[in-house]
Design a protein around this ligand. Structure first.
Ligand SMILES: Cc1cc2nc3c(=O)[nH]c(=O)nc-3n(C[C@H](O)[C@H](O)[C@H](O)COP(=O)(O)OP(=O)(O)OC[C@H]3O[C@@H](n4cnc5c(N)ncnc54)[C@H](O)[C@@H]3O)c2cc1C
Length: 385
């Protein structure tokens, strides 16, 4: 047996772990290194919203095609993980209510093109679906806002999903090294031949996958690749009411409410690029989210705030992830920059990674995520979360 693994993955968030699992299933010997416990950064912090999909061929933009293909596989992937590990990842199609303000009207033609099932509803229909919701112009929900019911919205309990991924990777003999802070590349004549950790130990492999979230830029720049990946902090508040108050995900602009199966309600989220790498909650952020929550569900005024947290979204300049080979490096790949959408895009991303690394044929939309693409800040995906 060769001394080194075929692939060394830098970072054990949802992107690194899903890629590790699919690579191991494809027959590669995989090692994954993280500086802390696996899956404790953005992937743990996320809300786990999975937007709907319909016709895979109908998606209008590459990012919608990636989302549709990724989310389409989530039900069977969840079953596969549960069979392997006996861990329920909390995947369920719960439906959603989405409020589109005037600035988001562009989404409708995208939904139509893809064949997303939706229905515009009025206040009475909304009350029938979710009696405890309070939709009101008075509360700043806006008189131009239109409310839609999308039965295909789903969710996953991402901390549970991560546990399932970790166990499934172990079953596939992925070699984990945790508590190991990777420091820098070992380069010979400009080419990567290994990675040094903070103790000076060298880790070598046939290929390398950069999947370390908001911290990716410092790994790509020394290879001459500037993607501008940066952290955008997002805060969340978790309520634990005495009994379930709503059953669907509610999305209103960049804010949302996600009811878990046990009645807990997760409220998100702020967008704070100015916070840099500081992963802390703030009174201002928490206050804003609690006001939003009580405006929508007045009964939450009496509910207990169980806890709150923040995470750092790995955000790119144009909002698109970068997935594929690092230009000029035959054996280095990246899967980075998933911003607000890394949970929903995780499976589709890992499939592309495996395709790139094993030379399998790739769908055409994969070209749009090449690391050397020209950033396209004009793109607007069909779903914001
Ligand atoms: C509040 C919030 C809500 C969100 N809600 C949703 C949602 O509803 N739906 C959705 O699809 N997405 C959502 N997201 C986005 C999603 O969580 C992220 O896009 C996704 O988790 C990114 O995964 P990742 O694996 O790239 O990064 P991470 O999960 O951040 O993982 C990176 C890993 O790399 C490790 N690492 C970094 N540097 C080093 C180093 N030098 N050495 C060793 N290890 C290193 C870290 O320890 C970490 O484990 C949300 C994000 C936040 C913050």
């Amino acid at each position: 047996m060769a001394k080194h693994p075929d692939v060394l993955i830098l970072g054990g968030g949802i992107i690194g772990l899903t890629s590790a699992y699919l690579m191991a299933k494809a027959g590669l010997r995989v090692q994954l290194i993280d500086r802390q416990e696996l899956g404790r950064e953005a992937s743990w912090a996320g809300a786990g919203i999975l937007p709907p999909f319909h016709k895979l061929s109908g998606a209008s933009t590459p990012i919608d095609a990636l989302r549709a293909n990724s989310v389409a596989g989530f039900a069977s992937f969840s079953e596969e993980l549960e069979e392997q590990t006996r861990i329920d990842n909390g995947y369920r199609v719960c439906g959603g209510i989405e409020v589109l303000h005037a600035d988001a009207a562009y989404a409708l033609p995208l939904w139509d093109a893809e064949g997303i099932v939706y229905e515009r509803i009025d206040a009475t229909a909304l009350r029938n679906l979710e009696p405890r919701l309070y939709f009101s112009v008075r509360h700043g929900h806006g008189d131009s806002a239109k409310v839609y019911h999308l039965p295909g919205f789903a969710q996953v309990r991402n901390p549970w999903h991560l546990q399932a991924l970790i166990a499934a990777c172990q079953a596939e003999r992925v070699n984990f090294i945790t508590g190991c802070h990777l420091k820098n590349w070992k380069l010979v004549a400009g080419h990567v031949v290994g990675v040094f950790d903070s103790t000076g130990r060298l880790h070598e492999a046939g290929s390398y996958l950069v999947a370390n979230g908001a911290w990716a830029e410092e790994w790509l720049q020394p290879l001459g690749c500037q993607l501008g990946i940066h952290p955008v902090r997002g805060q969340i508040v978790l309520y634990h009411p005495e009994f379930p108050l709503v059953s669907r995900v509610i999305l209103d602009g960049k804010r949302y409410l996600v009811p878990r199966g046990d009645g807990r309600i997760l409220v998100g989220s702020t967008e704070e690029p100015e916070a840099g790498f500081v992963r802390a909650t703030t009174p201002a952020g928490q206050g804003e989210l609690q006001r939003f929550a009580r405006d929508w569900i007045p009964a939450l005024a009496d509910a207990v705030v169980e806890t709150a947290w923040a995470g750092l979204r790995p955000t790119s300049v144009d909002g698109l992830p970068s997935i594929g080979p690092v230009p000029g490096q035959a054996n280095v790949f990246a899967a980075v920059g998933h911003g607000r959408a890394g949970i929903q895009l995780s499976l589709g991303t890992a499939q592309l990674v495996v395709g790139h690394m094993t030379g399998r044929s790739l769908p055409q939309y994969a070209d749009s995520f090449h690391l050397d693409r020209r950033p396209n800040t004009e793109f607007r995906p069909a779903f914001r979360s």
